[in-house]
Design a protein around this ligand. Structure first.
Ligand code: AMP
Ligand code: GLY
Length: 431
């Protein structure tokens, strides 16, 4: 019998997962809160449901006789969807609620690293009293990152000395209703992501990627879910050494060893500092946009990884094409602070040319596809060099036009990549 893979989530990341699964013999059944036209086109059935409602997901999974499930976003993991599926006898590639705390509870995550002596943990303290946190800011010798302990869609962190002054940081703590906070040493360097397939103690890592969190070109403006990302035709990025990549992989392996029986994707977000990689955070799922860099170059069938995980077989050693990728998101104008929905999306899979097109939070209506208040769609160029991949992505954006949309044209450009290289050189005192 063909595998019936249940895919949970309706963003660009899940469109990339759906496409990777559709390339093998799997039958894909998808559910999400929004009807993603890209996923719907690939799935045997698409159900709109509340993905944080474990009963609703299990009902759909049972109806379509799912033999395996992939949980795309973090919110269903936090809601215990993996636990509920397993309880119903359906293998879920995604951690249970308790192990997903590595992402969903930043205070747990930092204590976990400290207690298990995992390398790359910044100096930190956790707080449940806002005034104690403010006093710590006054006392601390240096800049701090202020992090709500719970999920904030990547938008809750404020870094003193970068986005805010100490006074603004304290005002943020007092005004926001986050009841638990982590304050940690501000890390300086270049960010990168390494994602790993994990099951039964096996860890299989993918090439490094650099995401761009800031809304505007030149890394200005508020943090977003991620505006775009690139990877090189090698495991490391141009501003890192192979040893930096290996150090990051070792941190991920040590983390998996310390977790009980983690399964799914473990995503490490690192700051490459002058002293090597430090952990900014872990996520319990593929990154979005990073899944759109990783999956198009994954030559090993994704289905083989999932079935090996379920069958408790060794995970296959994934093969990645030696190609660079550049992913650029188009988001609604005003995103993330004041997004304006309702612009018509004027690009489709054909008109995107050589680029891959992934739909995210769009709304499919009778007369077309429209933007909502979240990220709309992404285009991905795949080529021998970052430069060529960037050109492919830009050509597709030109077709899309920019009416009602905003994008960062600088992601993946030679100028921006060179700036990263120069920044690391300077930090490491190579100049
Ligand atoms: P997070 O939600 O943990 O991914 O954080 C969002 C963004 O805040 C990261 O992508 C970093 O740019 C920044 N950030 C988080 N923690 C730190 C830190 N300790 N030092 C400097 N920047 C940080
Ligand atoms: N790209 C960052 C994230 O998925 O959290």
């Amino acid at each position: 019998m063909r595998e019936h893979v249940l895919l949970i989530g309706g963003g660009g990341r899940e469109h990339a997962i759906a496409r990777a699964l559709a390339e093998s013999e799997a039958e894909v059944y998808a559910c999400a809160g929004n009807r993603n036209p890209g996923i719907a086109g690939l799935a045997s059935e698409f159900e709109t449901l509340e993905t944080t409602n474990p009963d609703a997901v299990v009902d759909f999974a049972e109806r379509v006789e799912a033999t395996i499930a992939v949980v795309g976003p973090e919110a269903p993991l936090a809601a215990g969807v993996s636990d509920a599926l397993e309880h119903a006898g359906i293998y879920a590639f995604g951690p249970n609620q308790a192990e997903a705390r590595i992402e969903t509870d930043k205070a747990f995550q930092r204590r976990f690293m400290r207690d298990n002596h995992i390398a790359g943990c910044p100096d930190f303290e956790t707080f449940d009293d806002p005034e104690a946190a403010c006093a710590y800011i006054d006392e601390y010798d240096g800049d701090l990152a202020i992090k709500p302990a719970g999920l904030t869609g990547g938008k809750g962190v404020k870094v003193i000395g970068d986005q805010v002054t100490p006074e603004e940081g304290k005002a943020y703590i007092r005004e926001s209703d986050h009841d638990r906070l982590v304050l940690e040493e501000r890390l300086i360097g270049e960010e990168f992501t390494v994602q790993a397939f994990v099951a039964n103690g096996d860890v299989r890592t993918a090439p490094a990627i650099q995401d761009h969190k800031r809304a505007y070109e030149g890394d200005e403006g508020p943090n977003t879910g991620g505006m775009g990302s690139y990877s090189a035709a090698s495991t490391a990025l141009p501003f890192m050494t192979d040893a930096d990549y290996v150090a990051a992989v070792e941190i991920i392996e040590a983390t998996v060893d310390a977790l009980e029986d983690y399964k799914g994707i473990l995503y490490g977000q690192f700051m490459l500092t002058a002293e090597g990689p430090k952990v900014i955070e872990f996520n319990a799922r593929f990154g979005d946009p990073e899944a759109m860099n990783t999956l198009p170059v994954l030559e090993t069938p994704l289905l083989d990884v999932l079935t090996a995980a379920r069958n408790r077989d060794p995970l296959p050693d994934p093969v990645f094409a030696d190609q660079a990728t550049v992913c650029k998101y188009a988001v609604p104008e005003g995103y993330p602070t004041d997004p304006v929905a309702g612009a018509r999306v004027a690009v489709d899979e054909e008109s995107a040319g050589d680029a891959l097109l992934y739909y995210a939070s769009v709304d499919e209506r009778e007369d077309g596809i429209y933007t909502t208040t979240s990220r709309s769609f992404a285009v991905v160029g795949v080529a021998d060099t970052i430069d060529d991949a960037e050109t492919i992505a830009e050509d597709a954006l030109a077709v899309a036009g920019d009416e009602g949309l905003h994008m960062r044209h600088d992601i993946g450009t030679a100028t921006l990549v060179q700036r990263r290289i120069d920044h690391m050189k300077k930090l490491r005192g190579d100049e």
